[in-house]
Design a binder for this molecule. Sequence first.
Ligand SMILES: [Zn+2]
Length: 282
Amino acid sequence: MKCECHGHIIADGVSYAAAMERHKNGVDFDYVRGTLEKVRGCGVDFYRDGGDKYLVSAYAKTIAGEYGIDYRTPIWITHKKGCYGGMYGRAFETMKEYRALVEEALRLGADFVKLTVTGMLDFENGGEILGRPFTGEELREAVRIAKGEGLAVMAHVNGADFILEALDAGVDSVEHGFWPDERVIGHFLDTGAVWVPTSVTVYNQIGAGRYDDDVMRRILKAQRDVLVRAYEKGVLIACGSDAGANHVYQGKGTDDEMRLLHEMGIDPQKGNEEIMRRFKRQ
Ligand SMILES: [Zn+2]
């Protein structure tokens, strides 16, 4: 099986703003069909979406079977108001609101919950982590509530301390995981969580002229050093490209990420299988 374990079908890798414009007044059905065709044309038969705020992935899931794609989605990113997640998400302020969002996503066909623990990296400023993190007891409770509904948790998180916190809270997968350190390895092994590094999101910026290539290389090297050792020690690593992100194209992005993993000597098959097994409604 060829797996895309982290994509956002709503976006095309070219322009986030144009993608939002395209669907904001209702899902562009032709776009979704065209994209599923493209993804399938690259041989992808499993696609785990990271969600979006205009229900594009929810629609994609209903027709993906026609394209021979096993499609899973959290519907949207569920994020704490004021923390990262607004680009693809719905916000909550209280845990009561969080629960209501999870229940609404379930009614719309959600297979799992996607949370954002930290923001993205600020590529303009050395790759530092952006935004206010979602941590502590609220994070743990959010994971518990998802588990109580039989749902696995996909967590967008960067930075060693935050990765540790997410793993200790019981998330099932760590998305991105840039700026890790050696400590995360033991926590991945103890919890059995899967790491979806999406290295291509940074790699494809090299030479694109938008950011300082040295910064991109530094971010990649820091991740790669820990990833390789993590894999050697048995951490499950899956192939997800964050397809739809800037310079990461649907279908092709999956191949790009696979190539990067193979260059690191990482075979994502076991990680992919674990994602397929866990990220399904129990
Ligand atoms: Zn995502």
